[in-house]
Design a protein around this ligand. Sequence first.
Ligand SMILES: [Ca+2]
Length: 342
Amino acid sequence: MADERVPRPVLHGVRHEGGGILRLYLDCDTGIDDALAIAYLLACPRVTLAGVGTAAGNTSAGQAGRNTLGLLHLAGRPDIPVCVGGEETGGEETGGEETGGEETGGDGESRGGGAEPVHGSNGVGGVTLPAGGPADPRAPWQLLIDLAREHPGELHVLVTGPATNVARALRESPELPGLVASVTVMGGAVRAPGNITPRAEANIRNDPRAAATVLAAPWPVTLVPLDVTMRHRWTEDDRAALRAGGTPLHETLAAMLPAYFASYESRTGIREIPLHDPLAAAIAVGEVTPADAPELPLRVDAEGGVREDQTAASRVRVVLALDSPAGPVILRRILADAESVA
Ligand SMILES: [Ca+2]
């Protein structure tokens, strides 16, 4: 990686000063909470969802693509390009790069460890979505590169699945960090327990090398780990409010959630669901404010654990706490879709 790096266009943290439009590329593995994140982003009046790429994680990349296209159809936004990634683990995609991470096993282990009980066999709680439009034929990493080149310094990247596609984009386009305004990654368990192993969270576990690459690249990264996402939740009352929202999208999202509630209740004994991906979205667009977000030297280990390591080459902003509950903010925003909330 060259020492002469393009200056970063913005520092950590997204501001809505001046009311400008925030242009965003989403890479996801849709997924129930990815679906909530998509609905949230579509409802943000100052956010332009410029494109979506899918990776294998909660479900296959292909199924995640179909889920995304169906959601966009329900939302009346078939204009947003959706590109479907490969089904590989991505273990070959970061070879030779300085990742700041350790060697991973590259054992080709299938993804979605533990995902099916959480997200259902089709990723969205068994709910049948409409077919939606065709996928964009480009690879997701090409879409990301194209958008970054079309809008240099203005594109924000949000990753709510394994970082496979974004790591590939970095390999294909080494100038990418200089073109992207910010990167927000939902993933990891820094000081809190993991959700796949005692230390590993699913997104990182599903492609540790890609995560290491993305966290170490010379762009401003904000990590939104389980440390904070497990603490911002919805109850059945929130689901009822969502269902009463009255649009086909609201009703469909609400129909996905019983499977999610059941999964978390079986593990935690509490009928509440954490808002992993929509919380990362709300942080990415600056609607909720981190109260504790230190810049930490992080290392991704071969098993997908993310740990603090003073010898790590790069530092990542890690959101550990917010200044207020995010659940009501996310719910109000999704429900306000038709109300033009400024
Ligand atoms: Ca996800």
